[in-house]
Design a binder for this molecule. Structure first.
Ligand code: ZN
Length: 254
């Protein structure tokens, strides 16, 4: 058998395998769980989700640290992220990663050369079985044909940020202080890092991770998340930042 024929049959078998998997486990919309013909988001959710437009999709700290987001953290978005985080719905990381790729490419095009994520601790990962932000980063990177790099390690399991009173942001800052370390051997000197997480609430977690990355030589750090919390509903439905047909086309090279 020639090499070309072997490749042809390899691809054909893989596609047939995917087709069978789709029949047994049909793709569902991550937000309303409607069964779909193709993985992605259903047309109704495309229309009705609280997409952030260009006036809302970027938060900048006073020191210039930027965080991009695609959606407002409410309703079906909140439910989908909770299912990903706490109910083992890891399959929804794929369509969510595509949304993340779209937002990051639109807002930070050409502004980063390495992608990493906010990790959970080894204990949490062993209990949960996965790291949801890593899954999001991997899914996002697949759109661009690159791989995320593990740069951070969580060395201490702190109380969940969401369990702290929202009116006391200083508690959230102190709760995450010192919980991350740089991975041994991580090469980030002079690198522009894109940091991935599922949600930004006050930004305390992202700021602490950024501090560690900058202390260890990163040239810059930007963040991208699926959802920004605390954004007021200004519109019934957002349209400006809805994913395009093929977000991979937006971003050719890093
Ligand atoms: Zn839907």
């Amino acid at each position: 058998m020639s090499r070309d024929i072997a490749i042809f049959w390899g691809i054909a078998i893989k596609r047939a395998g995917n087709l069978i998997l789709d029949l047994i486990f049909p793709p569902k919309c991550p937000f309303c769980r409607k069964i779909l013909y193709h993985a992605g988001i259903c047309a109704d959710c495309q229309e009705s989700l609280p997409w952030l437009d260009e006036r809302e999709n970027l938060i900048k700290d006073p020191d210039g640290f930027s965080c991009a987001g695609a959606l407002r953290y409410e309703s079906a978005v909140r439910e989908a992220l909770l299912r990903l985080k706490f109910e083992g719905a890891i399959e929804i990381a794929d369509p969510l990663g595509v949304i993340l790729a779209q937002a990051a490419a639109e807002i930070f095009y050409g502004e980063f050369d390495i992608i990493t994520w906010i990790p959970v601790s080894a204990e949490r990962k062993a209990k949960r079985g996965y790291d949801q932000s890593k899954l999001l980063a991997e899914s996002m990177c697949r759109v661009w044909g690159v791989k995320p790099v593990c740069l951070l390690k969580k060395i201490r399991d702190n109380p969940a940020q969401s369990a702290l009173p929202g009116e006391k942001p200083e508690l959230r800052e102190s709760n995450v202080r010192g919980v991350y370390e740089i991975m041994p051997g991580a090469e980030i000197t002079g690198k522009r890092v894109l940091l991935i997480d599922d949600i930004r609430t006050t930004g305390a977690t992202l700021r602490e991770a950024r501090r560690v990355l900058m202390t260890n030589g990163a040239a810059s750090v930007r963040a991208a998340v699926i959802a920004l919390a605390g954004k007021k509903s200004g519109r019934k439905s957002g349209k400006a930042s809805r994913p395009s047909e093929n977000p991979g086309k937006i971003f050719h090279a890093m």
